[in-house]
Design a protein. Sequence first.
Length: 339
Amino acid sequence: MEALDVTYGSDTSGMVWGYLLGPDQRVTKALNSTEAAAWLSGSARKEGEFAWLHFNLAHAASEKWLRAHAGLSDEFYETLHQGSRSTRIELADNALIAVVNDVLHEFTFDASDISTLWVGVAPHLVISARRTPLQSIERLHQAVRRGEIVRSSVELLVHLLRDQADVLVNIVRTAIERVDAIEDTLLAGRVRAKRADLGSMRRFLVRLQRLLAPEPAALFRLLQRPPAWMSELDTQELRQSSEEFSVVLSDVSSLQERIKLLQEEIAARVNEETGRSLFVLTIVTVLALPINIIAGLLGMNVGGIPLAQHANGFWIIVGIVLTFTVVAGAWVIRMRNKD
């Protein structure tokens, strides 16, 4: 087996890496674009081998190289430019076309951190292509470099779907930790600036679920009528990986419901605090009403103001103000007890 020293940057044809997997189900050779083109032409192909070529679609030459050498159907290239990027696996010209959504390496719970990976699977070839580095495909890359056994091209796709599910599980765990921290602060009576965080996380999870959830109809059609070259074991593993992924997506749905309940609880507490503040303001306003009215009347600076020349006029006015204030306070307390 040759050394597997490959660079992460794409070459002049847009290929990021290429591997040739032999009959022993392990990597036998790291391919560059020239060697891959020669192998695809059939001049160096051996029985039981299949190749995995990964491309950077941000490189202008990648699609041109694929059209010239890969032999993929036109539907694969149409899929690269479609607006719909929901996760799905379809059969086209006796080959599989998979659209897989994944998250970037520097994942920060932002909707822009989700990007798309396109995969074409034939009996002897797996083509994967993306525009930005993604986590799941890198996990698969590291597994292949470590010499992990990959029995067929379909199993490589199944491995990718399981890696994607693992990445999603890690995202859910991180989100649960954040939600737990927010819930703890809520129970401690501190609600400040947490509702916005929950809203942002919930919006992200909704978009993540919408993009990552496989289209049931396309997957059902494929599993019911798989291509002739796909073995029964490959079909079973693909069905099992889709079921495992559905379990992870159900966890995402549960987390969304939990976030929704926390948002409602925070909103209720905010409304309660707002109501309490308004009540206190109302009490202060009612208690200050007598003195404001009397002070306004006595401050009109017109003739005939009562007690203006009386020796105890000030204390009489103070007594009147206190009397009205006590009466107003008693009325407010009585109305509160009725509620």
